[in-house]
Design a protein around this ligand. Structure first.
Ligand SMILES: *[C@@H]1O[C@H](CO)[C@@H](O)[C@H](O)[C@H]1NC(C)=O
Ligand SMILES: *[C@@H]1O[C@H](CO)[C@@H](O)[C@H](O)[C@H]1NC(C)=O
Length: 435
């Protein structure tokens, strides 16, 4: 049993899983071809060569294993095809509490959609009560980002990792409260000039709440369509931030997201492909957002495929990328791979460092940086400090994977963590466009 923290902020989630499993791969005829596959193949080869030439320590790398990953990927990716694709989503969440990172400093050429994080309704009336200070932030956010060159779309993200999931469970359980919530959310989005709404309820806790979530989206979309008709404005976007996997296989209570109503009523889903390992398990280091886990299903490749297998069209799936790392204190400085014994958290508050802080830490302390080909993740260590994170290379490789699956795009948590726009710039360039 491990704890799997999947929240953006601080909450813990109990999970159970059997550790000697293998990630399943979709099958498809060997004749499958994919226009982006060769590009992805080249990228992976490229990252492989890059790391042989740059990094002395390459623990656990076996060429055979690496080649088999490529072959399996080829097969998996061949089963989806990009049709006339809607424009890519390059999203990012903006933490409204970050005092030092106003919307005016955002480089909008790197993004298409920016989410204001977060708003929550009153926990009794389910209406949004906006204090003057928040009203000023919302107004400034939407206005500034729409006036930038180029402009980006803005969405209000509701709930978030720090919100009380029970509030949303109560709201979604009755037609009357759903209606109040929906009308109030739409009114707030329009009042401040936003282009859409995003729900980040972490998470419905049982099958009944999952069903209520589906009902909520059904009614929400109806009201959005009606409102758009009567105001003659483009309909608001409606999106949701979701768990990395469509099912909660490891939790005490099995439940699965209501794919049908989500597919019918949302514009896309933001899949939170991170927080697989962290301070809730200090016995071993972990790659918190790894693409492949040879030992378990808790990985981005498994999670994204689970959504697609469950019927979510790839074009409605947006892959989440972390702009932060998670740290551990090694038991033995000489045993420093992924899964190495640890005795606590490493640098950073609760073992979390933003990408900018990781870079600074590595530089100041002369840390050894390792790109791990097997998992597609990056880690660094020096002394007993160990940091698992994503750099430009691991991010780019994941983006290649997402494109090969035919996904709609990617999003970052969170904007201010990559102060020099390094990863954001690299990601925007790497996302090859078909147009
Ligand atoms: C991993 O996922 C596959 C398919 O969903 C399943 O058959 C397998 O039992 C899972 N492994 C574990 C350990 O949960
Ligand atoms: C609503 O929020 C208030 C203030 O945070 C809290 O004291 C109260 O217990 C909450 N009510 C419910 C029903 O959760």
């Amino acid at each position: 049993m491990v704890n799997l923290n999947i929240n953006k902020k601080k909450k813990k989630r109990q999970t159970h899983f059997n550790s000697n499993n293998k990630a399943p791969y979709m099958s498809c005829p060997s004749t499958c071809q994919h226009p982006l596959m060769s590009r992805y193949f080249m990228l992976h080869i490229f990252s492989y060569i890059l790391c042989i030439s740059h990094i002395q320590a390459m623990p656990g790398l076996k060429l055979l294993r690496f080649l088999s990953i490529i072959v399996l990927l080829n097969i998996a990716a061949g089963s989806t095809r990009i049709m006339a694709s809607p424009p890519a989503v390059k999203g990012a969440y903006w933490p409204s509490w970050s005092q030092t990172f106003p919307p005016s400093v955002i480089d909008t050429s790197l993004f298409t959609h920016i989410y204001y994080a977060f708003l929550s309704p009153n926990n009794v009336t389910f209406k949004f009560e906006i204090p003057d200070s928040t009203a000023a932030l919302l107004h400034n956010f939407a206005t500034t980002l729409h006036r930038k060159d180029p402009p980006v779309k803005t969405l209000i993200s509701i709930a978030g990792g720090g919100a009380d999931p029970k509030l949303f469970a109560r709201m979604a359980s009755e037609a009357k409260s759903r209606k109040v919530f929906i009308n109030s959310a739409i009114e707030v989005a329009r009042r401040f000039g936003f282009d859409g709404l995003d729900l980040d309820w972490e998470f419905p806790k049982d099958p009944k709440e999952m069903q209520d979530l589906g009902q909520l989206f059904e009614e929400w979309r109806n009201v959005i369509q009606t409102e758009a008709k009567s105001t003659k404005k483009p309909p608001l976007l409606l999106t949701a931030a979701v768990y990395f996997s469509v099912e909660f296989l490891w939790a005490e209570t099995y439940r699965k997201f209501p794919v049908e109503p989500m597919k019918k009523n949302l514009d896309w889903i933001n899949v939170m492909c991170y927080d697989y390992h962290g301070s809730w398990d200090t016995t071993a280091t972990g790659a918190q957002a790894l693409l492949y886990d040879p030992k378990s299903n808790i990985s981005t490749s498994y999670g994204l495929r689970s959504w697609i297998k469950a019927g979510m069209p790839p074009q409605m799936v947006v892959m989440g990328l972390p702009l932060y790392g998670r740290t551990w204190k090694l038991k033995d400085p000489n045993v420093n791979g992924i899964g190495a014994p640890a005795v606590g958290v490493g640098p950073g508050e609760e073992g979390v460092l933003t990408y900018s802080q990781v870079e600074k830490f590595n530089k100041e302390n002369g840390a050894t940086v390792v790109y791990d080909v097997e998992t597609v993740s990056t880690y660094s260590y020096v002394g007993t400090s160990w940091i698992g994170y994503d750099d430009e290379l691991s991010t780019t490789t994941k983006l290649g994977f997402a494109q090969a699956l035919g996904l709609r795009g990617y999003f970052f948590w969170a904007l201010s963590f990559d102060a020099g726009w390094k990863i954001s710039t690299q990601a925007s360039r790497a996302w090859a466009s078909d147009e």
